[in-house]
Design a binder for this molecule. Structure first.
Ligand SMILES: [Zn+2]
Ligand SMILES: [Zn+2]
Length: 148
């Protein structure tokens, strides 16, 4: 049996304190605690932030296994199924940060705290990443909103 979530969180906090680092410490994919965005001293990978982790989870659910992980039967969800699983983990189980959104136009993930926009009316698309806020879907949706 592995360490429980609470034990792991306390361990992370203790290690963060010891390293003199703030809240930007997180688990590397190898399980060590390393500052986000820095190279892990054990596996030499850059520790992903929550946006990158959700992108990795989406890829994982669609059968793209990160290097260093071995699975006898890779999962093969569709992109929509992967998005639905992530949405459920965000909005019903609260185990993933819900500020990471999936753009309804291009399908890429983005951090809505620092980018993108939500036009929450009428028909989809609702969520727009920064790149798609320059697109015609966004302009059309905005125009439709003004007409209501
Ligand atoms: Zn690592
Ligand atoms: Zn987009």
């Amino acid at each position: 049996m592995g360490l429980g979530g609470g034990v792991r969180k306390n361990l992370a906090a203790a290690m963060a304190q010891q390293w003199g680092k703030g809240s930007n410490m997180d688990y590397c994919i190898c399980g060590s605690v390393t500052p986000v965005g820095e190279v892990c001293q054990y596996c030499k990978l850059v520790v992903p932030d929550s946006l990158e982790k959700i992108e990795m989870l989406s890829d994982f659910l669609q059968g793209h296994i990160p290097s260093g992980i071995i699975m006898s039967e890779p999962i093969s969800c569709t992109e929509k199924q992967a998005a639905d699983i992530i949405w459920f983990l965000q909005t019903s189980l609260f185990v993933l940060p819900d500020n990471i959104q999936k753009c309804d136009v291009c399908g890429s993930f983005y951090d809505e705290d620092s980018s993108g926009d939500c036009l929450d009316y009428g028909d989809p698309p609702y969520m727009f990443c920064d790149g798609c806020m320059d697109g015609e879907e966004y302009a059309e949706k905005q125009a439709a909103g003004k007409g209501e």
